[in-house]
Design a protein around this ligand. Sequence first.
Ligand SMILES: Cc1cc2nc3c(=O)[nH]c(=O)nc-3n(C[C@H](O)[C@H](O)[C@H](O)COP(=O)(O)OP(=O)(O)OC[C@H]3O[C@@H](n4cnc5c(N)ncnc54)[C@H](O)[C@@H]3O)c2cc1C
Length: 138
Amino acid sequence: MEDYYMDEHKETSCPKLTGRIVFPGEPGYNEARLDANFFTSKKRFPDLIVYCQNTRDVQNAIKWARFHDVPIRVRSGGHNHESFSTATGVIVIDVSEMKQLHVDKSKGVATVQPGVTGQELYSKPFRTGPYPRRWDLR
Ligand SMILES: Cc1cc2nc3c(=O)[nH]c(=O)nc-3n(C[C@H](O)[C@H](O)[C@H](O)COP(=O)(O)OP(=O)(O)OC[C@H]3O[C@@H](n4cnc5c(N)ncnc54)[C@H](O)[C@@H]3O)c2cc1C
C-alpha cells in the first residue's frame, strides 16, 4: 500500500508526502481514522491520514491529493458533530500537531497554528501578559 502512494520512481511528478503519515493496516490507523465524535466517524475509512508538522506538510498533502484526484478532509480537533473532517476514500490532513503559539506582547499580537486548542490559546496569552489585540492564524 505504501509503495503505491510513495513510490517516486513511478510517479515522477507526484509531490512527496511529508509529516507523520498513517495508512490503513498500520498500527494506530484505527485510532487515527476516528474523530473525537466516535459515533459519526466509526464507519468512515480514509485512504490515509497525514499529521502535518508544518505548513510545507500541508502544502505537500494538498498537492498529492490533487495529483491523485483524492478528496481532501481537513481535521483540527475532530469534534465536529457530523465528523465532516473525515470520510471514506479521502486523505485526512490533520493539523492537530501544529501547535506553535507565539505572543508578541509589545505588539499585542498572537500568532497561532491550527492545532492549538481553545484552552492552550486562551491560557497562554492570559498567563503571559495583556490580552492580544490581534490574532494571526497561520
Ligand atoms: C460534545 C461537543 C460539544 C460541543 N460544544 C460546542 C459549543 O459549546 N460551542 C460551539 O460553538 N460548538 C460546539 N461543538 C461543535 C464544535 O466545536 C465544532 O464542530 C467545531 O467546528 C469543532 O472544531 P474542530 O477543530 O474539532 O473541527 P473538526 O471536527 O476538526 O473540523 C470541522 C470542520 O472544519 C473543517 N476544518 C477543520 N480544521 C480546518 C482548518 N484548519 N482549515 C480549514 N478547515 C478546517 C473540517 O474539514 C470540517 O469540515 C461541540 C461539539 C461536540 C462534539
